[in-house]
Design a protein around this ligand. Structure first.
Ligand SMILES: Cc1ncc(COP(=O)(O)O)c(C=O)c1O
Length: 401
């Protein structure tokens, strides 16, 4: 479907998020319509034939496309500055489709080690089952990237900032090396959000999101998206994969995401402001041995974060000195902040990665990634920051008593 006439590619992000890609039906509705339909009808058999032969552009079937889904794709595509956006049923469907659609037995995939658990499973266990060779590198070590990308490679996959240690990977340098090896660079931009980091501008070929996180931002639905300017990837790989394997997002969920994204910028701005204040508060607090926040000057890749991200992000990771027992005492003492493995939500959420999101990894792998038993990941929400500081303070006090 084509964009509506008055969508303007030069609009700034906040305008794009509210208006980009809107298509009104004949009823002139203000809020975008939900087209709850799995199929479409044709006036004549000749029309159906033309549609199936690709001679006429129109909706054919819900697995291929839907007007509400198109509005979400157009809006996110305009924000990202990407020619193509393909929505998926979840973030994991986006990761899998981005990788599996383009690799074949005998190909090589190189990935950063610090990945979300399910992404790690796809690279480490699933792709090798289909004969794809996969290699992990420490994402912040450019020498390891250089070595791994000295042989022909089909795809490179990484996450920056990473989950949960908030490592920052140099996108420009890795993109250059990936291209020399013949690979497309796929970036999981979930932690950065499309507001804070634009991987396509830094040389990445494909960006993907779990829209479940900040894009919905209110804990209501799963969703995902793949964005790119690469016509060949879309035409030869992703479109046929999506059509025939069926990871399409439902129109209802696409509508929730379409309305959620309207407030993405103001939410991310507020999340970041509070996250910065909380990171500084935690850095000064007794009982905490380490605070990882890309906006703090003592972050190991602070200069790089300043260069490739607009702000420090919405997540703060920290370590309590007393290991798992203290971490659990802290989590159980929280009154406002919820214990949850989700993130990017209006509600502040916190998790203990070693026993939840990263429990599948071996103890050795966790140690290699710096995921200790005292580590806590906090997704900073939209509550009043003073209330959050008071809640964290009382839980830290309860932890040591
Ligand atoms: C960095 C990252 N990528 C991908 C995903 C998967 O997203 P979803 O849960 O929407 O499938 C997550 C979910 O936690 C994530 O944190």
């Amino acid at each position: 479907m084509t964009r509506i006439k008055d969508t303007n590619e030069n609009w700034r992000a906040a305008t794009q998020l509210v208006r980009g890609g809107t298509q009104r039906s004949g009823f002139d509705e203000t809020s975008e319509a939900i087209f709850m339909t799995s199929g479409y009808v044709y006036d004549t058999a000749e029309d159906a034939e033309q549609a199936f032969k690709g001679e006429k552009e129109r909706y054919i079937y819900g697995r291929y496309g839907n007007p509400t889904v198109t509005m979400f794709e157009e809006r996110l595509g305009l924000l990202e500055g990407a020619k193509h956006c393909v929505a998926t049923a979840s973030g994991m469907a986006a990761v899998f489709a981005a990788l599996a659609s383009q690799v074949k037995a005998g190909d090589r995939v190189v990935a950063s080690r610090a990945l979300f658990g399910s992404c790690h499973y796809i690279v480490d266990e699933l792709l090798p089952k289909y004969g794809v060779h996969t290699n992990f590198v420490d994402g912040t070590d450019l020498i390891q990237w250089e070595r791994a990308l000295s042989e022909p490679t089909a795809a490179v996959f990484l996450e920056t900032p990473s989950n949960p240690t908030l490592e920052i990977i140099d996108l420009e340098r890795v993109a250059e090396m990936a291209h020399v090896a013949g690979a497309r660079l796929i970036v999981d931009n979930v932690f950065a959000t499309p507001i804070l980091q634009h991987p396509l501008e830094l040389g990445a070929d494909i960006v993907m999101y779990s829209a479940t996180k900040h894009i919905d931002g209110q804990g209501r639905t799963l969703g995902g998206a793949i964005l790119t300017n690469d016509d060949e990837f879309i035409d030869d790989h992703l479109t046929p994969f999506m059509r025939h394997t069926g990871p399409a997002v439902s129109p209802m969920n696409a509508w929730v995401l379409l309305k959620g994204i309207e407030t993405l910028k103001i939410r991310v701005d507020r999340h970041c402001r509070s996250a910065g204040i909380i990171a500084e508060f935690l850095a000064d607090h007794d009982g905490i041995s380490r605070v990882l926040y890309p906006g703090l000057e003592n972050h190991p890749q602070y200069d790089l974060a300043q260069k490739q991200m607009a702000e420090g992000g919405t997540m703060v990771t920290f370590e309590v000195t007393g290991g798992k027992a203290e971490a659990f005492r802290f989590l159980n003492a929280l009154n406002i902040v919820d214990i949850s493995n989700n993130l990017g939500d209006a509600k502040s959420l916190t998790t203990h990665p070693a026993t939840t999101t990263h429990q599948r990894l071996s103890e050795e792998d966790r140690a290699h990634l710096g995921i200790t038993d005292g580590m806590i990941r906090l997704s900073v929400g939209l509550e009043d920051c003073e209330d959050l500081l008071e809640d964290l303070d009382q839980a830290l006090k309860a932890m040591t008593h």
